[in-house]
Design a binder for this molecule. Structure first.
Ligand code: SF4
Length: 189
């Protein structure tokens, strides 16, 4: 019987597959629609159960993760963007680890409405950092566009394709991302 583990990044790991069996295992995964090659890329998202399943939630997490997966689903675009971790929590309990996402999305509630607060620059690797809140929250229908604005800003400002998002963010700081997300504020400054 094949055993597997579930990683904290919400991926299934099949350990100890003999090299000779790799092709057959991959074919079986393909037949089951489980062969997506996106580990560590923008669609390899951690999302908590959110408002669909959790009584503590302020906002939905799973539909947002699905929207982002669709928006950035093109494998060539994902490869161009490179290593980028999005993490989504439906409330401040942080089960989706949003605070250590390169891009973190936190569900908050304002006057009964769902909003998403964006944090940037979090990291759970050996250079741990907590993400910085960029500004006012975004409505559910605007948050995918906001993430795209962040990604496009990174692609425009990175030194070259070998500079990952987190390195570019640490070099540039939050300001260029804030200016892109809140152009009205940038114009008024
Ligand atoms: S982060 Fe909040 S909404 Fe998400 S699973 Fe945890 S308690 Fe529930």
């Amino acid at each position: 019987m094949t055993r597997f583990c579930v990683s904290h990044e919400q991926n299934l790991v099949l350990p100890h597959v003999a090299r000779a069996d790799l092709q057959a295992v991959y074919a079986a995964l393909q037949a089951a629609g489980l062969e997506t090659g996106n580990a560590g890329l923008i669609t390899d998202i951690i999302a908590c159960p959110g408002l669909d399943y959790c009584a503590l939630a302020n906002a939905r997490s799973i539909p947002l993760a699905q929207q982002l997966s669709e928006r950035f689903g093109d494998p060539l675009r994902q490869a161009e963007i490179g290593d980028l971790k999005i993490k989504i929590s439906g409330c401040i309990n942080a089960c989706g680890h949003h605070h250590v996402g390169h891009i973190g999305l936190l569900g908050v509630e304002k006057k009964g409405a769902e909003l998403y607060q964006i944090t940037l620059g979090g990291s759970a690797d050996e250079n741990t950092s907590i993400g910085e809140i960029v500004g006012r929250g975004f409505e559910p229908e605007k948050v995918t566009d906001a993430v795209e604005t962040i990604v496009e800003t990174y692609l425009r400002l990175r030194n070259d394709p070998s500079e990952p998002f987190i390195d570019a963010y640490r070099r540039l700081g939050a300001q260029p991302f804030k200016d892109a997300l809140y152009p009205e504020k940038a114009r008024a400054a």
